[in-house]
Structure formats: structure tokens, C-alpha cells
Design a binder for this molecule. Structure first.
Ligand code: FES
Length: 167
């Protein structure tokens, strides 16, 4: 018997190690996939969400539009309600986020009697023009985010709100 020959014991050891490794991988892969898969999934971008607002009911005056959708954070699915301030500007529909760009409070339309026809943030007296442009000298550093809009069957659909640096 030459020195390079594999003994019966070595052959058995290699074979069992190989088969054992293969079986372990077969059992572990589904577990790893289950644990990691939702995290790796691409976020569904560009989706438009239906709102209960009929486009024919929109006017030049910003109106509060609440809309609800299902949100999935990895393994957890929840129902979320968001808000937009929507109005018509000629043929265009403008839908603004109500989240103040200072520290994230909620802005309201036309609630500051001293400054009518503006968006007003009560937390630190932030103010925005109707277009969402932040008014200099008040805390917000940027304009309100804007939602991409679509109209389907006469109803307003909103995409993901986008930040703006200028209006
Ligand atoms: S959070 Fe709106 S002004 Fe500060």
C-alpha cells in the first residue's frame, strides 16, 4: 500500500463531513433567508396611494386630506394615516406635507390670526407661504415637502413626499 492512499477511516471521515455539511447548509439556509429576507427586500418606490379626496372638491384654499395605507417595516405590517394639505393652483394640484421642517411638528393652514393665509407651526411659530416656502426670520430652514400627485377616477392619489430646497 503506497503512502498516498486514503485509509478507510479517512474516507469515511471525509464523506461524513461532506454529507453533514451539506445537510447543515440545507437546514440553515431557509432559516437565514427567513431572518434576512424582509430587510433585503427593496422598498416599493413610486407607489401612489389613494386618498378620499375628489379632485373636483379641491379649491384654491388648502384642504386637509387624511389618507391611510399599509406600511411594512421588515416583519411588521401596520396601518398608517398620513396627511397632506392639497389645493388647486390653476390646472396644477399642489399637495404639501404638514411636517414642519424645523423640528417636525404639524403645520396648519390659516390658524395664525396675525398672519392669515399662511401655514403656521404652533411649536416655535414657524411660518410658510401657501406654496410651502418657509418665511425667512421664522425657524423652519426649508420649504414644506411636496407630494407627487396623480388623478385616478376623479380621486387624488399621492406618492412619497419629496423634500425641496427651493420653491
Ligand atoms: S417645529 Fe415647527 S417651528 Fe419648530
Amino acid at each position: 500500500m503506497s503512502k498516498n492512499n486514503v485509509t478507510r477511516r479517512q474516507f469515511l471521515s471525509y464523506t461524513l463531513t461532506g454529507v453533514g455539511g451539506f445537510m447543515a447548509a440545507g437546514m440553515l439556509m431557509p432559516m437565514v433567508r427567513f431572518a434576512v429576507d424582509p430587510v433585503l427586500k427593496k422598498e416599493a418606490g413610486g407607489e401612489f396611494i389613494a386618498t378620499p379626496m375628489k379632485v373636483s372638491d379641491l379649491t384654491k384654499e388648502p384642504q386637509r386630506v387624511d389618507f391611510t395605507f399599509k406600511q411594512k417595516d421588515a416583519w411588521y405590517e401596520s396601518e398608517v394615516t398620513n396627511t397632506a394639505w392639497a389645493y388647486k393652483d390653476g390646472d396644477k394640484i399642489i399637495a404639501l406635507s404638514p411636517i414642519c421642517k424645523h423640528l417636525g411638528c404639524t403645520v396648519n393652514w390659516n390658524t395664525d390670526k396675525a398672519h392669515p393665509n399662511e401655514f403656521f407651526c404652533p411649536c416655535h411659530f414657524g411660518r410658510y407661504e401657501k406654496s410651502g416656502k418657509n418665511i425667512p426670520g421664522t425657524p423652519p430652514p426649508q420649504p414644506l415637502d411636496i407630494y407627487p400627485v396623480q388623478v385616478k377616477s376623479g380621486y387624488l392619489y399621492l406618492g412619497k413626499a419629496q423634500p425641496r430646497t427651493e420653491v
